[in-house]
Design a protein. Structure first.
Length: 80
């Protein structure tokens, strides 16, 4: 991610940032699902309150924010 900061200023920089963030989101989601299906002992800690709020609220909000930011950036890119 820090490499993205070196890119020249522009809307494409933000699109790349959010695409990389969305890919990271997908990787984390896949890892969580895989560990849950494998019944890894440490993943059971995520089912207790208040830690459960991270996968139930934080993860969907994070993914939605990346998708919305990409949409806004692409609209601005098309207008210019």
């Amino acid at each position: 991610m820090p490499v993205i900061l070196i890119l020249p200023y522009g809307i494409r920089k933000y699109i790349v940032f959010h695409i990389v963030g969305l890919l990271d989101f997908i990787l984390a989601l896949g890892t969580g699902i895989t560990l849950t299906l494998a019944r890894a002992p440490l993943i059971e800690n995520l089912t207790t309150y208040p830690i459960i709020l991270i996968p139930l609220v934080g993860v969907p909000v994070s993914g939605a924010l990346h998708v919305m930011a990409i949409d806004v950036a692409l609209r601005k890119l098309r207008k210019s």
